[in-house]
Design a protein around this ligand. Sequence first.
Ligand SMILES: CC(C)(COP(=O)(O)OP(=O)(O)OC[C@H]1O[C@@H](n2cnc3c(N)ncnc32)[C@H](O)[C@@H]1OP(=O)(O)O)[C@@H](O)C(=O)NCCC(=O)NCCS
Length: 385
Amino acid sequence: MVKDQMDQISKGLEDVNLKWTRLTSIDGEKGILKYGGYRVEDIIKGGALVEEVQYLFLNGELPNKKQLADFQGKIREGYSVPKYVIDAVTNLPPESDSVALQMNAFAALAATMKFKWDKQTDRDVAAKVIGNMAAITAAIYRHTSGMQPLELEPGNSYAESFLKATFGKKPSQQEIDAMNTALILYMDHEVPASTTAGLVVVSTLADIYSGIVGSLAALKGPLHGGAAEAAIAQFAQIGDPAKVEDWFNQNIVTGKSRLMGFGHRVYKTYDPRAKIFRSIATDLVKNNTEAEKMYKIALKVEELGIKNMASKGIYPNTDFFSGIVYMSLGFPLKNDIYTALFALSRVTGWMAHFIEYVEEQHRLIRPRAVYTGPEERSFVPIDRR
Ligand SMILES: CC(C)(COP(=O)(O)OP(=O)(O)OC[C@H]1O[C@@H](n2cnc3c(N)ncnc32)[C@H](O)[C@@H]1OP(=O)(O)O)[C@@H](O)C(=O)NCCC(=O)NCCS
C-alpha cells in the first residue's frame, strides 16, 4: 500500500500540471518560448517596450498607443512608495541580501495595503506593484552601495526610469535597450519554483503582496534565480580565460560542482533567452573591462559545457549570460543584486499567474504526504524516558 503510494510521488512535482495558462508556452525540445502566442525573439526584434509585454501579460492582448499610455500612467503611480517601505530596506545593513530586502519591502506592503482579490481592481493593483518593484529595487541597489535612494521620475520608459533612479544619471540608449530586453526575457516562464510558491500562497486567498514574498523566497535559491549570480561568480572565480580548461576538468568533469547557468528542467536544448542575452552581451561588454573579461571566460566555459553535456540535453540557460549583461550596465557582483533584477522582471509573470489562478481556476493547493514513520506507539512522559 505504502509502496504504491510512494510510486505515485512525483519528485520535484516533475510533469505535474498545476494550472492552465494563456501566458507562456515553452517547447523545451525545440527551444521555443512564446508569450501569449508571440515568440520572444519577435517581441524583442519588434522593438517592444517592456510595458507593452507587461500589459500583454495582465490583459491578454498587446496594447494600442492609448492603452499603453494609460497603463504607463498606472505603473508610474507605483513609483512613489510609502516611506516605511523604503525604510524596510534602509533599516537593514547595507551588506544584506537584495532579494531578502525585496521580501522585507513587500512584507511591509502586505502589512499595510488593503487588498482583496477582485476582477475589477486586480490589474490596476498589479500595474502599481510593477511601479513599486522598480522603486524598491532601485532603492536596494543604492542602499547596498552606500547611497541614498532616489525618487523614480516618469521618463520615457520603465527601463529608463529604473536605470536613472538606480545610477543617478541618464542612461545611454544602448543601456536602456539592454535593460528593456532583460526585463522582457525574465518576465515569465510558466510555473517554476518561484511562481509555484507564490501560487501556493495566493491559493489560500492571501493578498498579492504576500504571494510575491513567497515567490521571492523561492527565487533566492541557487538552483533557481540565484543561478544568475552564481554563474557569473563562477566566471569571477576562474578569473582568466586561460584557466577555464583546468577549472572545468577539476570541477565539472569530476562532478564536484554543477555548472551554474547550464541545464534546465524544461529545456533540453539551447535556451532561446540565453541566445539573446549572449548577443546583447557581445556589444555591451565593450563598455566595461571586467564584464568583457567575464564574457571571454563565459565563451570558453560555454564551449566546454556544450561539448561535455549537450548529449545529456544540458545547455546554457537564461542565467548563463544575463549576469554579464547586468555587470556591463554597472551592477556589481554582490548582495545578490542580479537575482533581484530577475525578480524586478518576473514580478509581472508571478502576478499574471496569480490573477489567472484566483480569478478563473481557484482551489486551495493542499497536496498529501505518504507517511513512512513508526506504527502507533504509546506515549512515554519525559521523566520516564
Ligand atoms: C536547473 C536544474 C536544477 C534542472 O535540473 P533537473 O531537471 O532538476 O535535473 P537534475 O538536477 O535531476 O539533473 C539531471 C542530471 O543532469 C546533471 N546536471 C543537470 N544540470 C547540471 C549542471 N548544470 N551541471 C552539471 N550537471 C548537471 C545532474 O548532475 C544529473 O546527472 P545524473 O543523472 O548523472 O545524476 C539543473 O540543471 C541545475 O542544477 N543547473 C544549475 C543551476 C542553474 O543554472 N539553475 C538555473 C535554472 S534556469
